[in-house]
Write a protein that binds this ligand. Structure first.
Ligand code: ADP
Length: 398
């Protein structure tokens, strides 16, 4: 079975093509700057990366280009688009009604549309991706895989904010959580590596990429997560502030004279590692500056580690006294032994003891805690695209 996975963003489309019998990635690519003069497509086939500059006006052109490329004589991997058996779409927001991946039907498209107000930068494009594929590949099943779905198991005490209750009831203001596909994938993979049943697995997953979130997983389901009504809540991130006293927002508007749009721009795009360090949102550059003695870079890094440990400690208290593993994923954790070591300092209080040699030697996935550590510490590179392909196979497989 061949499954195309699409992640349609505001000006980009990422794609992966998977052969599911062997779980083999046949090809992948990214179209950027859709609608702009300098749009381009970067793709890799057989580990070779190529870029084609081409003006791509809209999603219809973009997706058609991807389909042409997949079946292209020189760069293609399939003889015909008829060999695509199903398409999995990443959808950011499923709201309260969606608790799992779904085969796309008119009702599911309505739900994606209903939730546009909760994810205005993502859901409209995600939906457009589905509509374009329905026309381009008629009869091929589409599956919607939602970032929020994995967190639908959270209890009300985790998801209701302590505001007047009507804000939840009438306006659906609540914690939804994001990165669900990643938290689900790494917890499933970690359970597999440890040879334990996912349905009995208690763990904390930390996704540290450009966006960062931590999730508490009890008996295989999400019971709490740091991102909230939007992805802004929780940890400091590349450019997002994470948790701040909400009064600061009011003070900026009422006392300092910023407009709501300016404040939104500050807390979403100018804060986090970038805001504190004044250097970059990219953790590699922060680490480099920290090593060269830059004090603000050191502060940004320490704030991040401090916040991460605080949340790991809080999440541990939600697992009824049994924490099996702490799992790190995302570019910051997957690629840097130093940051993993910093995250783990002090976690011995939870029974998690890092092994310096294993941590330094870690490439890919595995355990980095001491053999006698009651709580395993693990690194599992995330693979949201494979998770979407697996969910799609599950729903659309013959
Ligand atoms: P996304 O969330 O967009 O998928 P990634 O998971 O690729 O992002 O993570 C991006 C982050 O990972 C960036 O902050 C980047 O600096 C960081 N990163 C990548 N490589 C390293 C490294 N070797 N050391 C520290 N951080 C790294």
């Amino acid at each position: 079975m061949n499954i195309l996975v699409l992640n349609s963003g505001s000006s980009s489309i990422k794609y992966n093509l998977w052969e599911m019998d062997e779980k083999k990635l046949l090809c992948k690519g990214l179209i950027e700057k859709i609608g702009k003069d300098d749009s381009s497509i970067t793709f890799s086939v057989n580990n070779e990366k190529k870029t084609i500059k081409k003006k791509i006006l809209n999603y219809i052109e973009g997706i058609q280009f991807i389909l042409d490329l997949i079946t292209d004589k020189e760069n293609g991997v399939l003889a015909s688009i008829k060999e695509i058996n199903a398409v999995g779409h990443r959808i950011v927001h499923g709201g309260e009604k969606i608790t799992e991946a779904k085969l796309v039907t008119p009702e599911i498209k309505e739900i994606i549309e209903e939730n546009i107000s909760l994810a205005p930068l993502h859901n409209p494009h995600n939906l457009e991706g589905i509509k374009v594929i329905e026309k381009a590949l008629p009869g091929v099943p589409n599956v919607a895989v939602f970032d929020t779905a994995f967190h639908s198991t959270m209890p009300p005490a985790s998801y209701v904010y302590s505001l007047p209750y009507e804000f939840y009831e009438k306006h659906k203001i609540r914690r939804y959580g994001f990165h669900g596909t990643s938290h689900k994938y790494v917890s499933l993979r970690a359970a597999e590596l440890l040879n334990v049943k996912h349905g009995e697995f208690n763990c904390i997953t930390g996704h540290f990429g450009n966006g960062c979130s931590i999730t508490a997983i009890k008996n295989g389901v999400s019971v709490d997560t740091t991102m909230g009504f939007t992805p802004l809540e929780g940890l400091p991130m590349g450019t997002r502030a994470g948790n701040i006293d909400p009064s600061i927002v009011l003070y900026m508007i009422q006392e300092l004279g910023y407009t709501p749009e300016q404040v939104s721009d500050i807390i979403n795009k100018k804060s986090g590692f970038l805001g504190v360090s004044g250097i970059s949102s990219d953790m590699r550059e922060i680490r480099e500056a920290y090593k060269n003695g830059d004090e603000k870079a050191a502060l940004a890094l320490k704030m991040f580690v401090h916040s991460s440990k605080k949340f790991i400690g809080a999440m541990a208290s939600e697992l009824d006294g049994r924490l099996d593993a702490i799992i790190f994923t995302g570019g910051i954790a997957e690629n840097s032994a130093l940051t993993r070591e910093m995250f783990c300092q002090g976690l011995s209080v939870l029974g998690a003891y890092i092994d310096a040699d294993k941590n330094n030697a870690m490439q890919g996935e595995g355990i980095i805690s001491r053999d006698d550590s009651p709580v395993k510490i693990m690194v599992v590179p995330t693979n949201e695209e494979l998770m979407i392909a697996l969910e799609t196979q599950n729903l659309a497989g013959e």
